[in-house]
Design a binder for this molecule. Structure first.
Ligand code: OGA
Ligand code: CA
Ligand code: FE2
Length: 509
């Protein structure tokens, strides 16, 4: 910014210098002629009063010039003021590394306005824009904007080769578990839970209200059945197995739909058997804690993420641990959001303990995803953003002509954006928009993404999610609660391992 200010003032100086030089040389030229007799001042300018040398013309030019200067000065003040605010925000709620709790946010008083923290949101400027970022003392990283919807960046060399190796080794030492278990039996029927009649469900699914259900109308709302990803072919197979679509035209009438009860659906899937490749997600993962006592590399990564995202360190400290994921050849992760939409009745997993309401809905509120590629994949395994920078978002058009854009085993080539996994590169994006007042707003529907099928070799990635509750009060209450915990018990703010909600004991590595 200093550079920009300098540039503007130099520009101004040159302009004014240019003008006076021109005036001066004009004078010299005039004085070079034979000395003219002195004339009354009014006669000194030998040109037309309405021409460019007239006094009124001079006044207009000077007024214009002054307004211009005043505008530039005002602009400089504005830029200075905005920068000052950002710096102040970064300082807010930022505990030092040695005393993570000492400086946590003071308890919010009920009457005072609570927006004492404003979240910095990095500007994307335009796709392809590169900004330099200082994350470690010895190196300047380049951060490239990959898309504006969602706001998505790529930073090559974010992790060193050694760091990638250490993270993979620590994960192996800890042990990875299946990311998705095979079909669970005995799940409550959704329809029963929702208390809807088949007619009502039919009506809800019939998006174009033509009295028939097209394949995509069923898939849009039930791509996933008991954790199994359904393709148009699967659906046809199910219709055939249950003899639901008697005329075989891919359309279900209400009567045909009634044959497709949830029970029958589930029984069919169980009988047929399910392969890993038919799950929503085919990978293994583990969680690595990054708090006190964690491996230096893990703590360094957390500190670097804090610098990168320019968020208050307390927020990063209190987020989920690092998730390390391994995909074997043939592994994939179909299109999904890392975070759910937030309605007033939805609670965030991380602040749930502090929320004094009980609510049936819970979602992980992950404001930012930082995804690290720990190896370069030999074949496939790209991260796909099917609707990145689409001009419009339309959930229904995600399936068109039997092509499901969220199916990362088949349709990654039709994604708007794909990121190739390169060892050490980090990508990060915002899963929520801003609320316009410095806090978390609506979920960003364009943040849909998935992991394309790995066609050769294995793929290792890590996720650092930064959890922020879109409800500011709940986030503040949560931070207050954590800050009151005795320090020795609290080596990591995030209360529960996302996979072990019933127990918060964990083994440090
Ligand atoms: C995830 C994810 C993408 C990838 O783990 O949530 O979206 O490329 N991963 O593996
Ligand atoms: Ca229809
Ligand atoms: Fe994801």
């Amino acid at each position: 910014m200093d550079f920009a200010v300098g540039e503007v003032s130099t520009l101004l100086l040159n302009r004014s210098n240019g003008m006076s030089n021109r005036d001066a040389s004009d004078d010299t030229a005039a004085s070079g002629r034979a000395t003219p007799p002195l004339r009354p001042p009014s006669d000194r300018v030998p040109c037309n009063k309405t021409g460019v040398c007239s006094r009124s013309y001079f006044v207009v030019v000077m007024v214009f010039f002054h307004v211009y200067i005043i505008n530039v000065i005002a602009l400089l003040f504005y830029v200075h003021y905005i920068n000052g605010q950002e710096d102040a925000n970064q300082g807010l709620d930022a505990p030092s590394r040695n005393h993570p709790h000492a400086e946590s946010r003071p308890p919010p008083s009920k009457s005072a306005p609570l927006r004492d923290v404003s979240l910095t949101r990095i500007e994307g400027i335009r796709v392809g824009h590169v900004q330099k970022v200082s994350l470690v003392p010895s190196k300047v990283h380049e951060m490239r904007t990959l898309s504006l919807k969602p706001l998505l960046f790529e930073i090559p060399g974010f992790l060193s080769e050694d760091e990638c190796r250490v993270v993979m080794q620590l994960a192996q030492l800890k042990g990875l578990m299946e990311s998705q278990l095979m079909v669970q039996d005995g799940q409550e029927e959704l329809a029963k839970e929702l208390n809807l009649s088949p007619e009502e469900i039919f009506n809800l699914l019939d998006i174009n209200q033509d009295g028939q259900l097209q394949l995509h109308e069923i898939l849009t709302h039930s791509r996933v059945r008991d954790g199994i990803w359904l393709t148009p072919e699967n659906l046809r197979e199910i219709y055939a197995g249950l003899k639901a679509d008697k005329d075989g035209n891919d359309l279900l009438s209400l009567d045909e739909f009634k044959l497709l009860s949830n029970d029958a659906f589930q029984r069919f899937l169980l009988q047929r058997g399910v392969k890993r490749s038919q799950l929503v997600r085919n990978s293994r993962h583990t969680w690595l804690y990054q708090g006190k006592g964690a491996h230096r590399v893990l703590r360094d990564i957390k500190a670097r993420v804090t610098r990168l995202t320019r968020l208050p360190p307390a927020l990063v400290d209190l987020s989920e641990p690092l998730q390390v994921v391994r995909y074997e050849e043939g592994g994939h992760y179909h299109g999904h959001h890392d975070s759910g939409p937030v309605y007033p009745e939805t609670a965030c997993t991380h602040t749930r303990s502090a929320a004094n309401t009980s609510t049936p809905f819970e979602t992980s509120c992950r404001y930012i995803t930082v995804l690290f590629y720990l190896n370069s994949v030999e074949g496939g395994g790209e991260t796909a953003f099917p609707v990145a920078d689409n001009r419009t978002y339309d959930e229904v058009s995600l399936i068109q002509n039997n092509v499901d854009l969220l199916d990362t085993r088949r349709n990654c080539d039709k994604s708007n954006l794909k990121v190739k996994p390169t060892k050490g590169t980090a990508v990060f994006w915002y899963n929520y928009l801003s609320d316009g007042k410095g806090w978390v707003g609506e979920q960003d529907e364009y943040a849909l993404h998935g992991g394309c099928v790995v066609t050769r070799g294995t793929k290792w990635v890590a996720n650092k999610w930064i959890n922020i509750d879109p409800d500011y009060q709940r986030q503040a209450r949560y931070q207050q609660l954590v800050s009151q915990q005795p320090e020795d018990e609290d080596d990591e703010g995030f209360p529960l391992n996302p996979d072990q909600r019933s127990s918060d004991t964990h083994q440090e590595l």
